[in-house]
Design a protein around this ligand. Sequence first.
Ligand code: UT7
Length: 332
Amino acid sequence: MKKTNAVITAVGGYVPDYIMTNQELSTMVDTTDEWIMSRVGIKERHILKGEGKGTSDMGVEAIKDIFAKTGTTPDEIDMVICATVTPDHPFPATANIIADKAGIKNAHSFDLNGACSGFIYALDTASRFIESGAKKKIIVVGADKMSSIVDYTDRTTCVLFGDAGAAVLLEPTQEEVGIKDRILQSDGSGRVHLHMKAGGSVHPSSHETIDKRMHYIYQEGQHVFKHAVSRMADVSVEIMERNGMTSDDLAWLVPHQANLRIIGATADRMNLDKNKVMVNIERYGNTTAATIPLCLWEWEKQLKKGDNLILASFGAGFTWGSIYLKWGYDGK
Ligand code: UT7
């Protein structure tokens, strides 16, 4: 019997309307467009505005995009995974809420917290359900409302992040396309360098945690940068080599968008030409779990059936990894 592969058959995306420029940030904290562009490569980011709007609202728009493009109906979906660090609520899972808002009633749905690696962790998880035959149509969402946990008085973090949601539809195929290999890793000792101090079971929310500004992203940028550069490049090179590929065989690197310098260093280690690297950090900033599917969404029209793609990320945890896949359809 032929092996069943898990292949992406559609991509959807959503970015909120409001654009926060470096200029606007420079009126809030002591920063400049020049610093942000030269150190990180971000020009602007989209911010979800509106009372009562959360991560699910972006995830559901991305799914509607998939339904509109493919004619898939909500009833056909049998699983929804949402990768996020900014769930609508601590519980229930944002995936449950997204499924409800999208009219998906025949699925089991859950969240997965892999921080910036959340999307590739979730894609890997979903692919196992497809390959085993347990599920037929899975939606994997990567969505984050980072503005809900950004401290807009902290110039070292507030310039970095934006809000977005994107999603892929994953289906079985007997063809030689889809997810071919993956390397996923984590090291929890890295948590000291990037985390949110309160709001969990160790430091439940209290007047004190709020007064001490413990509900925001805490990041020691240089430490994270150092690990990100080596880890993301290591797994990207390793997955390329162990699948017998050189940079010539690769159509695209789809990297997590945290810092243009990290992306550049990864591409250099892979000996990859810059025009084979998806980069949109300039317009969206770091949207955490959404960066990789957002790239796929933007580049979808250029992708061709059989293209070799490597998805790679590094984030809080630490979590990092790479997925090698063969794209399943010609862009329309
Ligand atoms: O996606 C999750 C994983 N996260 C990452 O991968 C992020 C990894 N880290 C980074 O991308 C970089 O470390 C940052 C972009 C966060 C910071 O860049 P850096 O080149 O490492 O800067 P730095 O932290 O070494 O700071 C250099 C200087 C400092 O001033 P002094 O001490 O030299 O006087 C900072 O206070 O730049 C200052 N600085 C700023 N200046 C203007 C920090 N943030 C800003 C700012 N505007 N927004």
